[in-house]
Design a protein around this ligand. Structure first.
Ligand code: HEC
Ligand code: HEC
Length: 222
């Protein structure tokens, strides 16, 4: 009887230890999110807004599901550390350092409801589209919000600088393709695929646009 009791209490102790360890992990995750939130609030709210929902013409949303599920850690780290030349998004690498940038990303990622699929998205084939055809689509649809050269807010539109060197260097064709197909919830970037879309572009038309985007250069004097 004593023996059984000892076994039971021993099992209980192990059980409690496991639960304890699990809640310790949850607690440390929670504090990492809190820490990241603080760094975010100190440095990024002025443009990206309190809840990181963004503001048209000022800064994009950093918490919509499409963005969070397709952006890789590398995309986020490099964008925050190096910024985007020619836009209000400056380089934060020196000021914040790697740890604080990682903390911000932990905070932003805590808003995800779907698993990150950036590895799969970035492994999608490169676009083999027709840039000449893409130019017609780009200028008739995308330029309204992103500017004729993809210069973004500088053209007084609501869309970001998708013709900018830093964006084009970091964004894979898969990332751009997914963004065009599915849009970004709660922003002005809508889906461009399917009958309910702003324009129902098929896969090859989307690839034509991507191929054209790869030729974009924003003139320095605008
Ligand atoms: C002065 C305003 C401003 C501040 C402050 C600012 N940003 Fe930005 N951010 C922008 C703008 C504008 C863009 C879009 C640039 C473009 O047109 O490509 C941007 C883009 C981004 C993107 C890319 C989003 C996407 O949709 O691809 C990330 C990530 C980002 N910012 C993170 C941050 C973080 C983290 C901070 C704080 C450390 C921060 N930003 C501070 C203005 C700002
Ligand atoms: C009605 C305005 C509008 C139109 C039209 C539009 N976009 Fe956008 N797009 C946006 C906005 C706004 C964002 C950024 C979302 C945000 O503010 O959070 C965006 C984001 C993007 C991004 C992600 C950029 C980044 O910084 O991460 C890509 C790529 C993109 N759009 C491509 C296109 C293409 C290609 C077209 C044409 C087929 C197009 N968009 C048409 C408004 C628009």
């Amino acid at each position: 009887m004593l023996k059984i009791r000892a076994v039971v209490s021993c099992a209980l102790t192990i059980c409690l230890a496991v639960v304890g360890a699990q809640s310790a992990v949850a607690a440390s995750q929670q504090s990492a999110v809190e820490q990241g939130k603080k760094v975010y609030q100190r440095n990024c709210v002025a443009c990206h807004q309190k809840d990181a929902v963004g503001k048209p013409g000022v800064a994009p949303s950093l918490i919509n599901q499409q963005f969070l599920s397709t952006a890789s850690d590398q995309f986020l780290v490099a964008t925050i550390a190096k910024g985007r030349a020619g836009t209000a998004m400056t380089a934060w690498g020196e000021q914040l350092g790697a740890k604080k940038i990682k903390a911000i990303i932990t905070f932003l990622s805590s808003h995800t409801q779907t698993p990150n699929r950036s590895a799969k998205v970035n492994a999608e084939p490169e676009s083999m589209g027709n840039a000449k055809l893409g130019k017609v689509w780009f200028q008739s649809i995308c330029a309204n919000c992103h500017g004729i050269f993809g210069q973004g807010y500088a053209a007084d539109g609501s869309g970001t600088a998708i013709g900018g060197v830093d964006f084009l260097r970091l964004a894979s064709d898969g990332f751009i393709r997914e963004t065009i197909k599915h849009g970004r919830d709660n922003t002005r970037m809508r889906s461009f695929s399917g009958p309910a879309a702003l324009a129902n572009l098929n896969d090859s038309e989307i690839d034509d646009i991507i191929s054209y985007m790869r030729t974009l250069r924003i003139p320095e004097d605008i």
